[in-house]
Write a protein that binds this ligand. Structure first.
Ligand code: GDD
Ligand code: MN
Length: 363
């Protein structure tokens, strides 16, 4: 599977080296080019080559993205082992037989051509590209064990993606497959990532943002509870800022008595927290008045729980530990942090299982 966009200059050498590598290993390879109507005439050149080589060309009407091109190629390919690579000769075709043989022997279901395992390398990349690449890899750290999940060079058994709904966001179709595919063993083989032979990279600035979007979606897919809890806590943090701002404004500027100001601040923060969680954390379209009342009740219970924990620590634990009043304020802050943490889990669980239960149950 080779997605192409303006790769005419690389096509002949690519096809020659892929066929050469495969035939000397006794493999018969069908090459599938998915071209997005490249202005430089890559599609026409591919048709030309197809007359004498085992090559299929899929023409799409315009530039629709690398990942969807790869998925299109999967539909067209007839083999049971699929190999994806770039057209620009950054990926060494000579590695294909090794990758395929790991699948044939049953040692792996997915094989990644990796720059970041022992023996792998990149060709004199500037420090900025190295940092961006490593940073991007780090973001995906808890999604897969593979060291180079960003690689665009990989092989897989077709069964890995059979019936799997793949979302072609951005450039990283390999990462998508590693996260959502059905497989037992993924292994890496080291590659040297060469600089492209001819033409220019198609990776624009927007691709970085799309990558971040993609990674967030994948974390939500793989760790739905953790990502919801992180969002819920982020909302809580914003709520604490809103609470303080309202409290300060009401008390200082409008001279509202302290207790009333605190109640007002609590209500405003609970309301905005509800709204942010509805829209962002749980993406809910359920009955607003119903959910709002439930969320409010949970918030009040959370506040009471917070006070109980705080008073418990201050009245019982601190005297028992013989902590004098001189150090008390420091311990008070620490005690309150403990209380806030416990309450955040309490609020999160009750809201997930009660207020937003329909959104949480849905897969
Ligand atoms: N059909 C189609 N449509 N092909 C595309 C499109 C598109 O919209 N965009 C890019 N391609 C093709 C290119 O023609 C090339 O064959 C391949 O996809 C990779 O594009 P490059 O522009 O060469 O990408 P890169 O070198 O910046 O990125 C490569 O290395 C990264 C690792 O550093 C890719 O392999 C990435 O997937 C990889 O993460
Ligand atoms: Mn490239």
């Amino acid at each position: 599977m080779v997605p192409t966009y303006n790769e005419k200059e690389n096509l002949d050498e690519l096809v020659r080296r892929v066929q050469q590598a495969c035939s000397s290993a006794g493999l018969s390879a069908e090459i599938v080019i998915v071209d997005d109507n490249s202005p430089d005439g890559t599609g026409a050149r591919a048709e030309e080559i197809a007359k004498s080589e085992n090559l299929k060309v899929v023409h799409r009407s315009g530039k629709m993205g690398l990942s969807s091109a790869v998925l299109e190629g999967f539909k067209t390919a007839s083999g049971s082992i699929l190999v994806v690579m770039d057209a620009d000769l950054s990926h060494p075709p000579e590695k294909i037989p090794e990758m395929v043989s790991k699948i044939e022997s049953g040692d792996a279901d997915v094989v990644v051509g990796s720059r970041y395992v022992k023996g792998g390398s990149v060709e004199n990349w500037p420090i900025t590209r190295r940092i961006i690449s490593k940073g991007a890899t780090l973001l995906a750290r808890w999604l897969t064990k593979v060291k180079d999940p960003m690689s665009g060079f990989f092989a897989l058994k077709r069964s890995v993606i059979d019936g799997v709904l793949l979302d072609p966001v951005g450039y990283k179709i390999g990462l998508e497959i590693l996260v959502k595919g059905k497989y037992a063993k993924a292994v890496e083989v080291p590659i040297h990532f060469a600089n492209r032979k001819a033409g220019k990279s198609k990776l624009g600035g927007g691709e970085y943002l799309r990558y971040i979007d993609h990674v967030i979606l994948l974390y939500e897919y793989r760790k739905p509870w953790l990502s919801k809890y992180i969002k819920f806590s982020a909302v809580g943090l914003v709520g604490a800022i809103i609470n303080s701002a309202v409290l300060w404004t009401a008390y200082q500027i409008f001279s509202v008595p302290f207790v009333q100001a605190a109640v007002l601040a609590f209500c405003v923060a609970a309301t905005s927290n509800y709204y942010m969680n509805r829209r962002w954390t749980y993406k809910s379209k359920g009955s607003l008045p119903m959910q709002y009342s439930q969320f409010f009740i949970v918030s009040v219970c959370g506040l009471v729980l917070n006070l109980i924990i705080l008073i418990g620590i201050v009245e019982h634990a601190m005297p028992a530990l013989d902590i004098g009043m001189d150090k008390a304020s420091l311990y008070l802050v620490a005690a309150n942090l403990v209380a806030i943490f416990v309450v955040s889990i309490f609020n999160f669980l009750v809201n997930s299982l009660w207020t937003f239960r329909h959104e949480t149950r849905r897969k």
